[in-house]
Ligand binder design. Sequence first.
Ligand SMILES: [Zn+2]
Length: 155
Amino acid sequence: MLRRTFLLSSCAAALAGPATAQTCGYEICRSEAEWRAMLSENEFLVMREEDTEKPYTSPLNDETRDGLYHCRGCDLPLYASDAKFESGTGWPSFYESLPNAIGTKEDRRFIFQVRTEVHCRRCGSHLGHIFDDGPDPTGKRHCLNGLSLTFVPKA
Ligand SMILES: [Zn+2]
């Protein structure tokens, strides 16, 4: 009887612990139902299905205050207002991210173009793409979906 109790409890511990993290490959993992519960339909499509919001729809396009742009999925600070620029594309654009904030992967959904997909390194939520036509000092343009971000003004 004692042994049986022990086995059951160690199983439960394993399920509740690191096994969850391994299922999604990120530090923060949520089930599809959990993501849907915390996001709007459009936020879910962009952040979890790598959809792209319509250009010129994000209020963050016109955000010019000092502050930080956080991941809507896990609140990790991702971009600083210092690195934001007006790209004319209709999407919030930055020339660099904060250190250790993002991850990238190849996106081959467009047949003739390999794009660099960018996501939150902590929860994996899709942010947008990185292009090589940005301004100095990096020459990069992080073209982001405003839906994936929240803005936190500097106090
Ligand atoms: Zn995140």
